[in-house]
Design a binder for this molecule. Sequence first.
Ligand code: SF4
Ligand code: SF4
Length: 250
Amino acid sequence: MDNKLKNQISRVVTQWADWVGKELADSQNSHQTIHKIFVMMGRNIEAQISQDIKKMTDHKPACYAGCHWCCFGRVVCTPIEAIALAMHIQHGSQENKGTLVMALEKHIKGIEGKNDPWANGLSCPFLRNKRCAIYDFRPMACRGLMSPDANECKLAARALKKGKKRDVPYYPLFTHFQSAVQSGVMVASRDMGFDWRPTELTQAVWLSLQQDDPVQDWFSGKEFLAPAHVEFDESNLVGEVENDGRRWQK
Ligand code: SF4
Ligand code: SF4
Protein backbone atom coordinates (compact mmCIF):
# COMPACT_ATOMS: atom_id res chain seq x y z
CA MET A 1 0.00 0.00 0.00
CA ASP A 2 1.54 3.36 -0.93
CA ASN A 3 1.98 6.10 1.66
CA LYS A 4 -0.66 8.38 0.19
CA LEU A 5 -3.28 5.65 0.49
CA LYS A 6 -2.07 4.66 3.96
CA ASN A 7 -2.49 8.26 5.13
CA GLN A 8 -5.91 8.49 3.55
CA ILE A 9 -7.04 5.32 5.31
CA SER A 10 -5.56 6.42 8.65
CA ARG A 11 -7.52 9.65 8.31
CA VAL A 12 -10.72 7.64 7.84
CA VAL A 13 -10.01 5.66 11.05
CA THR A 14 -9.33 8.85 13.02
CA GLN A 15 -12.34 10.74 11.65
CA TRP A 16 -14.61 7.82 12.48
CA ALA A 17 -13.17 7.32 15.97
CA ASP A 18 -13.69 11.04 16.67
CA TRP A 19 -17.20 11.19 15.27
CA VAL A 20 -18.44 7.97 16.92
CA GLY A 21 -16.81 8.91 20.24
CA LYS A 22 -18.67 12.19 20.22
CA GLU A 23 -21.98 10.55 19.24
CA LEU A 24 -21.65 8.01 22.06
CA ALA A 25 -20.60 10.61 24.63
CA ASP A 26 -23.39 13.05 23.72
CA SER A 27 -26.10 10.43 23.24
CA GLN A 28 -29.52 11.47 24.51
CA ASN A 29 -31.29 8.47 23.03
CA SER A 30 -29.18 5.32 22.91
CA HIS A 31 -31.40 3.54 20.35
CA GLN A 32 -31.28 6.45 17.95
CA THR A 33 -27.52 6.75 18.40
CA ILE A 34 -26.86 3.10 17.52
CA HIS A 35 -29.19 3.31 14.54
CA LYS A 36 -27.55 6.53 13.34
CA ILE A 37 -24.00 5.14 13.63
CA PHE A 38 -24.98 1.99 11.72
CA VAL A 39 -26.71 3.92 8.94
CA MET A 40 -23.82 6.36 8.61
CA MET A 41 -21.28 3.51 8.44
CA GLY A 42 -23.14 1.94 5.54
CA ARG A 43 -23.66 5.23 3.72
CA ASN A 44 -20.07 6.27 4.15
CA ILE A 45 -18.65 2.95 2.93
CA GLU A 46 -20.91 2.97 -0.10
CA ALA A 47 -20.17 6.62 -0.87
CA GLN A 48 -16.43 5.99 -0.67
CA ILE A 49 -16.74 2.96 -2.89
CA SER A 50 -18.94 4.62 -5.48
CA GLN A 51 -17.25 8.02 -5.52
CA ASP A 52 -13.70 8.19 -4.21
CA ILE A 53 -12.35 4.73 -4.98
CA LYS A 54 -13.86 4.41 -8.40
CA LYS A 55 -12.27 7.73 -9.29
CA MET A 56 -8.89 6.51 -8.02
CA THR A 57 -8.92 3.23 -9.93
CA ASP A 58 -10.39 1.39 -12.89
CA HIS A 59 -11.91 -1.23 -10.59
CA LYS A 60 -15.07 -2.72 -12.03
CA PRO A 61 -16.85 -4.96 -9.51
CA ALA A 62 -18.76 -7.83 -11.09
CA CYS A 63 -21.29 -7.82 -8.21
CA TYR A 64 -24.95 -7.65 -9.21
CA ALA A 65 -28.33 -8.04 -7.50
CA GLY A 66 -28.96 -11.72 -6.89
CA CYS A 67 -25.28 -12.69 -7.00
CA HIS A 68 -24.81 -14.53 -3.74
CA TRP A 69 -21.73 -16.76 -3.96
CA CYS A 70 -20.06 -14.74 -1.20
CA CYS A 71 -22.89 -15.52 1.26
CA PHE A 72 -21.59 -18.91 2.44
CA GLY A 73 -18.86 -17.90 4.87
CA ARG A 74 -18.40 -16.43 8.30
CA VAL A 75 -19.16 -12.71 8.53
CA VAL A 76 -17.39 -10.64 11.17
CA CYS A 77 -18.89 -7.37 12.36
CA THR A 78 -18.63 -4.80 15.11
CA PRO A 79 -20.97 -5.08 18.12
CA ILE A 80 -22.80 -1.93 16.99
CA GLU A 81 -23.61 -3.54 13.63
CA ALA A 82 -24.97 -6.72 15.27
CA ILE A 83 -27.09 -4.78 17.78
CA ALA A 84 -28.45 -2.41 15.13
CA LEU A 85 -29.41 -5.36 12.94
CA ALA A 86 -31.11 -7.12 15.86
CA MET A 87 -33.11 -3.93 16.55
CA HIS A 88 -34.06 -3.76 12.89
CA ILE A 89 -35.34 -7.35 12.98
CA GLN A 90 -37.08 -6.78 16.32
CA HIS A 91 -38.94 -3.72 15.10
CA GLY A 92 -39.71 -4.97 11.59
CA SER A 93 -43.02 -6.45 10.46
CA GLN A 94 -44.15 -9.48 12.46
CA GLU A 95 -44.05 -11.68 9.35
CA ASN A 96 -40.52 -10.66 8.42
CA LYS A 97 -39.37 -10.91 12.03
CA GLY A 98 -40.86 -14.41 12.36
CA THR A 99 -39.15 -15.66 9.19
CA LEU A 100 -35.75 -14.16 10.04
CA VAL A 101 -35.80 -15.32 13.65
CA MET A 102 -36.76 -18.86 12.57
CA ALA A 103 -33.94 -18.97 10.00
CA LEU A 104 -31.50 -17.61 12.55
CA GLU A 105 -32.59 -20.07 15.22
CA LYS A 106 -32.18 -23.02 12.83
CA HIS A 107 -28.73 -21.73 11.85
CA ILE A 108 -27.63 -21.26 15.48
CA LYS A 109 -28.74 -24.81 16.38
CA GLY A 110 -26.82 -26.07 13.34
CA ILE A 111 -23.53 -24.43 14.30
CA GLU A 112 -23.76 -25.18 18.03
CA GLY A 113 -20.73 -27.09 19.33
CA LYS A 114 -19.03 -27.20 15.93
CA ASN A 115 -15.42 -26.15 15.69
CA ASP A 116 -15.56 -24.54 12.25
CA PRO A 117 -19.14 -24.65 10.99
CA TRP A 118 -18.16 -22.69 7.86
CA ALA A 119 -15.48 -25.18 6.81
CA ASN A 120 -17.68 -26.58 4.03
CA GLY A 121 -19.57 -23.39 3.27
CA LEU A 122 -22.71 -22.60 5.18
CA SER A 123 -25.50 -20.47 3.78
CA CYS A 124 -26.03 -17.21 5.65
CA PRO A 125 -29.40 -17.39 7.43
CA PHE A 126 -30.29 -14.01 5.92
CA LEU A 127 -30.00 -15.37 2.39
CA ARG A 128 -33.47 -15.99 1.00
CA ASN A 129 -34.21 -16.96 -2.61
CA LYS A 130 -30.67 -15.94 -3.60
CA ARG A 131 -31.19 -12.44 -2.18
CA CYS A 132 -30.10 -10.80 1.03
CA ALA A 133 -33.25 -10.44 3.15
CA ILE A 134 -31.65 -7.63 5.15
CA TYR A 135 -30.03 -5.85 2.23
CA ASP A 136 -30.41 -2.30 3.57
CA PHE A 137 -29.17 -3.48 6.96
CA ARG A 138 -26.46 -5.83 5.77
CA PRO A 139 -23.19 -5.70 7.70
CA MET A 140 -20.24 -3.63 6.53
CA ALA A 141 -18.17 -6.68 5.53
CA CYS A 142 -20.86 -7.53 2.97
CA ARG A 143 -20.71 -3.99 1.57
CA GLY A 144 -16.94 -3.92 1.25
CA LEU A 145 -16.40 -7.31 -0.39
CA MET A 146 -16.37 -6.82 -4.14
CA SER A 147 -14.93 -9.06 -6.77
CA PRO A 148 -13.99 -8.48 -10.38
CA ASP A 149 -15.19 -11.98 -11.32
CA ALA A 150 -18.52 -13.47 -10.22
CA ASN A 151 -17.68 -16.78 -11.85
CA GLU A 152 -14.55 -17.11 -9.72
CA CYS A 153 -16.70 -16.45 -6.64
CA LYS A 154 -19.05 -19.21 -7.76
CA LEU A 155 -16.16 -21.64 -8.26
CA ALA A 156 -14.76 -20.72 -4.82
CA ALA A 157 -18.16 -21.29 -3.17
CA ARG A 158 -18.53 -24.67 -4.92
CA ALA A 159 -15.02 -25.70 -3.90
CA LEU A 160 -15.77 -24.72 -0.31
CA LYS A 161 -18.82 -27.01 -0.30
CA LYS A 162 -16.39 -29.85 -1.00
CA GLY A 163 -14.13 -28.68 1.83
CA LYS A 164 -11.55 -27.26 -0.59
CA LYS A 165 -10.03 -23.81 -0.42
CA ARG A 166 -10.01 -21.63 -3.52
CA ASP A 167 -9.10 -17.97 -3.31
CA VAL A 168 -11.75 -15.45 -4.23
CA PRO A 169 -10.35 -12.54 -6.22
CA TYR A 170 -11.48 -9.35 -4.54
CA TYR A 171 -10.55 -5.68 -4.59
CA PRO A 172 -8.55 -4.99 -1.39
CA LEU A 173 -8.97 -1.25 -1.75
CA PHE A 174 -12.71 -1.46 -1.00
CA THR A 175 -12.11 -3.64 2.03
CA HIS A 176 -9.38 -1.30 3.30
CA PHE A 177 -11.89 1.55 3.47
CA GLN A 178 -14.58 -0.64 4.98
CA SER A 179 -12.11 -1.90 7.62
CA ALA A 180 -11.05 1.68 8.36
CA VAL A 181 -14.64 2.69 9.16
CA GLN A 182 -15.07 -0.38 11.37
CA SER A 183 -11.74 0.26 13.09
CA GLY A 184 -12.77 3.84 13.86
CA VAL A 185 -16.05 2.62 15.38
CA MET A 186 -14.25 0.04 17.50
CA VAL A 187 -11.58 2.45 18.70
CA ALA A 188 -14.31 4.83 19.89
CA SER A 189 -16.32 1.99 21.49
CA ARG A 190 -13.24 0.67 23.27
CA ASP A 191 -12.17 4.10 24.50
CA MET A 192 -15.67 4.72 25.89
CA GLY A 193 -15.50 1.44 27.84
CA PHE A 194 -18.06 -0.47 25.74
CA ASP A 195 -17.76 -3.93 24.20
CA TRP A 196 -15.87 -3.22 20.99
CA ARG A 197 -14.58 -6.68 20.05
CA PRO A 198 -15.24 -8.08 16.58
CA THR A 199 -18.01 -10.64 16.62
CA GLU A 200 -19.38 -13.38 14.39
CA LEU A 201 -22.52 -11.93 12.85
CA THR A 202 -25.15 -14.62 13.32
CA GLN A 203 -24.32 -15.45 16.95
CA ALA A 204 -24.05 -11.76 17.84
CA VAL A 205 -27.46 -10.96 16.32
CA TRP A 206 -28.97 -13.99 18.02
CA LEU A 207 -27.51 -13.01 21.42
CA SER A 208 -28.75 -9.45 20.94
CA LEU A 209 -32.25 -10.74 20.21
CA GLN A 210 -32.18 -12.66 23.51
CA GLN A 211 -31.77 -9.43 25.52
CA ASP A 212 -34.77 -7.32 26.54
CA ASP A 213 -32.87 -4.21 25.52
CA PRO A 214 -29.51 -4.97 23.87
CA VAL A 215 -28.81 -1.30 23.24
CA GLN A 216 -29.22 -0.36 26.89
CA ASP A 217 -27.21 -3.40 27.97
CA TRP A 218 -24.38 -2.47 25.60
CA PHE A 219 -24.42 1.13 26.82
CA SER A 220 -24.21 -0.08 30.42
CA GLY A 221 -21.02 -2.00 29.56
CA LYS A 222 -22.47 -5.54 29.62
CA GLU A 223 -20.52 -8.03 27.51
CA PHE A 224 -23.45 -10.19 26.45
CA LEU A 225 -21.83 -10.63 23.02
CA ALA A 226 -18.76 -12.36 24.52
CA PRO A 227 -19.72 -15.85 23.21
CA ALA A 228 -19.72 -14.39 19.67
CA HIS A 229 -16.34 -12.66 19.93
CA VAL A 230 -13.80 -13.78 17.35
CA GLU A 231 -10.12 -14.14 18.08
CA PHE A 232 -8.48 -10.76 17.65
CA ASP A 233 -5.26 -9.13 18.72
CA GLU A 234 -6.06 -5.65 20.05
CA SER A 235 -2.71 -4.30 18.90
CA ASN A 236 -3.98 -4.83 15.34
CA LEU A 237 -7.01 -2.64 15.85
CA VAL A 238 -5.89 0.40 13.91
CA GLY A 239 -2.97 -1.19 12.10
CA GLU A 240 -5.41 -3.71 10.68
CA VAL A 241 -6.17 -1.47 7.76
CA GLU A 242 -2.56 -1.64 6.71
CA ASN A 243 -2.57 -5.34 5.94
CA ASP A 244 -4.67 -6.98 3.26
CA GLY A 245 -7.91 -6.12 5.02
CA ARG A 246 -8.92 -9.77 5.20
CA ARG A 247 -9.54 -9.97 8.95
CA TRP A 248 -12.87 -8.28 8.61
CA GLN A 249 -13.96 -10.37 5.72
CA LYS A 250 -15.95 -13.52 5.45
S1 SF4 B 1 -18.28 -10.63 -4.29
FE1 SF4 B 1 -18.52 -12.21 -5.88
S2 SF4 B 1 -20.27 -13.45 -5.20
FE2 SF4 B 1 -20.32 -11.55 -4.03
S3 SF4 B 1 -21.75 -10.24 -5.18
FE3 SF4 B 1 -19.64 -9.77 -5.88
S4 SF4 B 1 -19.27 -11.06 -7.65
FE4 SF4 B 1 -21.06 -11.89 -6.58
S1 SF4 C 1 -25.96 -10.61 5.44
FE1 SF4 C 1 -26.80 -10.63 3.37
S2 SF4 C 1 -25.10 -10.04 2.02
FE2 SF4 C 1 -24.23 -10.63 4.00
S3 SF4 C 1 -23.69 -12.80 3.82
FE3 SF4 C 1 -25.77 -12.69 4.68
S4 SF4 C 1 -27.16 -12.80 2.93
FE4 SF4 C 1 -25.10 -12.30 2.14
